[in-house]
Design a protein around this ligand. Structure first.
Ligand SMILES: NC(=O)c1ccc[n+]([C@@H]2O[C@H](COP(=O)([O-])OP(=O)(O)OC[C@H]3O[C@@H](n4cnc5c(N)ncnc54)[C@H](O)[C@@H]3O)[C@@H](O)[C@H]2O)c1
Length: 331
C-alpha cells in the first residue's frame, strides 16, 4: 500500500502539475507551500483550489525552513517516505534584489527537508529541484551532468548548486536515496508570471512593447510542463540504488534537448495570438546566460525520460490557458 507523497511548493507552477499527475495516478498527496507573494498569490491560491477539488489531496500552509512546522507536518500527515521537493525562491533576476530569500528557502529550507528525510525510518526517495542555471557561464552545449559547475553567475544558481552538494553529503553520510533534477526553462498552463512566456503573452495580448534581452541573441531549451512532470514522476519511481551506484545520489538534466532562438519562440506566440509582437531589443540582463540546452541521454537511459512536446504544440496550449485564465480574472 502506497503512503502519501509529500510535494513541497505544491501551489507553485511545477508543484501544482506534479500533484495533479500523482493524484491522477491514484496516489495520495500532501502539498506544502507558504504561498508567499514573490508573484501574485492569487495564482497560487487558484492552483491550490484546483488541487483541493480532487480526492486524495491535503494542503498545509507552512514554511519549509521552519523546523518546528516541518516536524508538526511529519507528525500530523506523515511520515513521508517519498518527497518531491520543489519549494524554492525561484528566479535569477530577483536574487540580485533579495538574496536573503534565496538563502532562507533554498539553503535552510533544503537542509530542513534533508533532516526530516534523514530521520524518517524506511525513507525511500527524495527528488528535488535543481536548475540549468548551475551551468553558469559554460559555453559548450548541450550541457551534460558531468560538466564542471563551479562558476555560477547568480546567487540563485549558487544556492541550487549548494543544494546538490548538501544532498550529496546527506546521501553519503546517511544513505538517503536522492535525485536532483536540473530543470530547463519550464513553460505551460498555470506558468509563472515572472517568466518569459507570460511576459511575451501579456505584451502581445495588451499590444505593449515586448522586451527581448541581448538583442534577441538568446537561446533556451524550453521544456513543456507535462514532459517535466513525466520526468519528475518517473524519477520518483526509480530511486538510485546504493549497491549499484555507490552513494545513492544522482543528478539528471530535465530539458527538451532542443535549443530555440528567443525570436522563434516569440513567433509561436504571434501565431497563437494571430497578432504581431512589437519587439524592443535590449541589453543582456545581469545573471542571465546566452544559451541553454540539455544533454538528456543519461536521463533517458536512467529513468526512460523522452520529452514529446515541441514548442509548436506547447505554446498554443499555454496561450489557450493564458487567454481563459486572465479573461476570467478581468470579469
Ligand atoms: N520553472 C522553471 O523554469 C524552473 C527552472 C529551473 C528550476 N526550477 C525550480 O523548480 C522548482 C519549482 O519552480 P516553479 O517554477 O514551480 O516555481 P514557483 O515559484 O511557481 O514554485 C515554488 C513554490 O514554492 C513556494 N515556496 C517558496 N519558498 C517557500 C518556503 N520557504 N516554504 C514553503 N513554500 C515555499 C512558493 O510559494 C511557490 O509556490 C523550484 O525549486 C525552482 O527553483 C524551475
Amino acid at each position: 500500500m502506497y503512503r502519501p507523497v509529500l510535494v513541497t511548493g505544491a501551489a507553485g507552477f511545477i508543484g501544482f502539475h506534479t500533484c495533479a499527475r500523482l493524484l491522477a495516478d491514484g496516489r495520495k498527496v500532501v502539498g506544502v507551500d507558504n504561498l508567499n507573494d514573490y508573484y501574485d498569490p492569487g495564482l497560487k491560491m487558484a492552483r491550490r483550489e484546483q488541487l483541493e477539488r480532487q480526492t486524495g489531496f491535503s494542503f498545509v500552509k507552512a514554511d519549509i525552513a521552519d523546523r518546528a512546522a516541518m516536524e508538526t507536518l511529519w507528525e500530523s500527515h506523515g511520515p513521508f517516505r517519498e518527497v518531491i521537493h520543489l519549494a524554492a525562491q525561484a528566479g535569477v533576476r530577483y536574487s540580485l534584489q533579495d538574496p536573503y530569500a534565496y538563502i532562507h528557502s533554498n539553503c535552510l529550507g533544503h537542509l530542513t527537508i534533508l533532516e526530516m528525510c534523514r530521520h524518517t525510518p524506511g525513507f525511500r526517495h527524495l527528488v528535488y529541484a535543481s536548475s540549468s542555471s548551475v551551468y553558469g557561464g559554460n559555453t559548450q552545449t548541450p550541457y551534460a551532468v558531468n560538466d564542471r559547475v563551479d562558476t555560477p553567475i547568480s546567487l540563485y544558481a549558487a544556492t541550487k548548486r549548494a543544494d546538490e552538494l548538501m544532498s550529496h553529503s546527506y546521501s553519503h553520510l546517511f544513505g538517503i536515496s536522492q535525485t536532483g533534477l536540473r530543470f530547463f526553462t519550464v513553460y505551460g498552463p498555470w506558468g509563472r508570471p515572472d517568466m518569459s512566456p507570460y511576459i511575451f503573452a501579456s505584451a502581445i495580448a495588451e499590444g505593449r512593447k515586448l522586451p527581448v534581452f541581448n538583442h534577441g541573441d538568446m537561446k533556451r531549451d524550453f521544456t513543456y510542463i507535462d514532459d517535466i512532470v513525466s520526468g519528475t514522476v518517473a524519477a520518483l519511481g526509480t530511486p538510485p540504488d546504493s549497491a549499484k551506484d555507490g552513494v545513492p545520489h544522482r543528478v539528471l538534466n530535465l530539458g527538451n534537448n532542443k535549443s530555440v532562438q528567443l525570436l522563434d519562440f516569440i513567433a509561436e506566440f504571434e501565431k497563437a495570438f494571430g497578432k504581431k509582437a512589437e519587439i524592443e531589443l535590449l541589453e543582456m540582463q545581469p545573471g542571465d546566460v546566452r544559451e541553454t540546452c540539455a544533454d538528456i541521454e543519461e536521463t533517458t537511459q536512467t529513468i526512460g525520460y523522452r520529452p514529446t512536446t515541441p514548442i509548436g504544440m506547447g505554446v498554443p496550449l499555454y496561450v489557450t490557458w493564458f487567454r481563459e485564465y486572465y479573461r476570467d480574472k478581468k470579469q
